[in-house]
Design a protein around this ligand. Sequence first.
Ligand code: F6R
Ligand code: MG
Ligand code: MG
Length: 373
Amino acid sequence: MFTTLTIIKADVGSIGGHIAPSRRLLDTITRRIASDGESLLSDFFVGHTGDDIAILMVHPRGVGDSEIHRLAWDAFRAGTDSAKDQGLYGAGQDLLVSSFSGNVKGAGPAVAEMEFEERPNEPFLMFLADKTEPGAFNLPLYLAFADPMNTAGLLLSPEITQGFRFRVQDVSHVDGDRVIELEAPEDLYRLAALLRDNDRFVVESIRSRHDGEIAAVVSTQRLHNIAGKYTGKDDPVMLVRVQKNFPATGEILAPFAAAPYVGGFMRGSHVGPLMPVKHGTGCSYFDGPPIISCWAFCVHHGRLTEALDPFDHPFWDTVRDRAAEKALEMRRQGFSGPAMLPYSELEYGGIVKILESLESKFTVVRQDELAAV
Ligand code: F6R
Ligand code: MG
Ligand code: MG
């Protein structure tokens, strides 16, 4: 049986700043998907992390289906009306176009989808991140799918020792998707050379080289490419199939224990640690830190099991404490050096305007004039 998993995610309003959506907003979207999606979906789940709401839809219609995309778009429109009615902050902020034209890609929401033939038991993980960018998944995916120091299965499991094929997108390219495919382990150094640059090169998907099956998909949409200016950070989502011919759940989760520094945090312009959090966590310190949540499911004949929370475990309390220390350490240096993103990534116009206004005030003193002084 072929099943498609589609996540479509947007920030359409939250309470108290960019913290978390209201219960009523979540209910509005959930009810809308339940009623309008009845004939399209075999199951669905609505979750949030920080101020972003993700609709996970299970259906047989394949990726990029316009009816599925319309369903999510209409639910987010209904959510926006509810957010406006409640006076939530940033109501409708990620819906960047006024009318739907067949696919939410390029319209503001983030999308990640995969189609596969269901295994007899099909476990998968859904990740939602807030106050960060799609490249935040580069390092965790590299470690989980290409590094035997993290993933013992690359040495121990006959299904996955053949390695994985990474499809990487250049997200600075705006006219179409500029992509490259690289194979681990042969292309490991070339892959690392691209993935070091989270702002520009982003893992879009990963396939097994054993059987060509899809293993992982990441949303790669960049809001400022669509809007031409800052309208919020891109706050990515990811789906990963696990076990047997893919890394185990624990091998996919393990890289997040490093709480790696990522771009985002306050005003989408800083660097902070990616903190693995429990379901329902909002954002707080310095509008952050960047957070990552995970839902673990099985899907069977198109129906989802209940969701578990892998980051709700005592182990991750230690990681959260360490992430808080890393955040405080970086914040001690305010705007200086690596605490802020490079000029090319600064999302707000203010600093760009300051630097432009200083351009004409700079003077150049040549060596011969120096000698005359
Ligand atoms: C970052 C984020 C927040 C806002 C900040 C200012 O992705 O959402 O840090 O950038 O709270 O928000 P505005 O400009 O809406 O006042
Ligand atoms: Mg927001
Ligand atoms: Mg957000």
